[in-house]
Design a protein around this ligand. Structure first.
Ligand code: FES
Length: 152
């Protein structure tokens, strides 16, 4: 993410006021802020002469764009076949209970975001949980609390 001095207005002015600028502007905003806020949607809409719902409609079509602020730490629980049969679903439920969120949500303090993923590519280590860039292998429910306390 870019620093606070980053001005999205400057970025807007680098792009012509035409339809072809929409996706590149959304990508710039996603890269700069980590997500597309309502304010960003409005700024892009104003610049290109669209309505906010038109811009949101296009952006929501692409899975690369997020619409919620990223949490400080992202927890991805693998539910691919190997992890699923090794207890991945139980791990996900334990995270949901402890953090009081469902996949796709962040905790109220925005410290953790929870998501489910299909396969993290290290099936021999199942069940696997990824927290930020760290892969945790052969995770058990008992190990969970100790695991996320490391990230507080
Ligand atoms: S199924 Fe979980 S890492 Fe492949």
């Amino acid at each position: 993410m870019k620093g606070k001095s980053y001005s999205f207005t400057t970025v807007l002015n680098d792009y012509p006021m035409e339809e072809g600028s929409l996706i590149p502007l959304l990508q710039q905003a996603q890269e700069a802020f980590g997500y597309i806020s309502e304010e960003t949607v409005e700024m892009i809409a104003d610049h290109l002469g669209f309505t906010s719902s038109q811009v949101f409609g296009v952006a929501s079509f692409y899975s690369q764009f997020r619409f919620t602020k990223p949490a400080k730490h992202s927890i991805s629980v693998c539910l691919g076949t190997a992890c699923h049969v090794s207890g991945g679903e139980t791990l996900l439920e334990a995270f949901e209970r402890e953090l009081d969120v469902v996949p796709g949500q962040n905790t109220t303090d925005n410290k953790f975001g929870l998501s489910r993923v299909a396969c993290l590519g290290c099936c021999a280590l199942a069940p696997v949980v990824k927290i930020d860039d760290d892969i945790h292998s052969k995770v058990t429910v008992i190990k969970l609390k100790e695991l996320w306390e490391r990230y507080e």
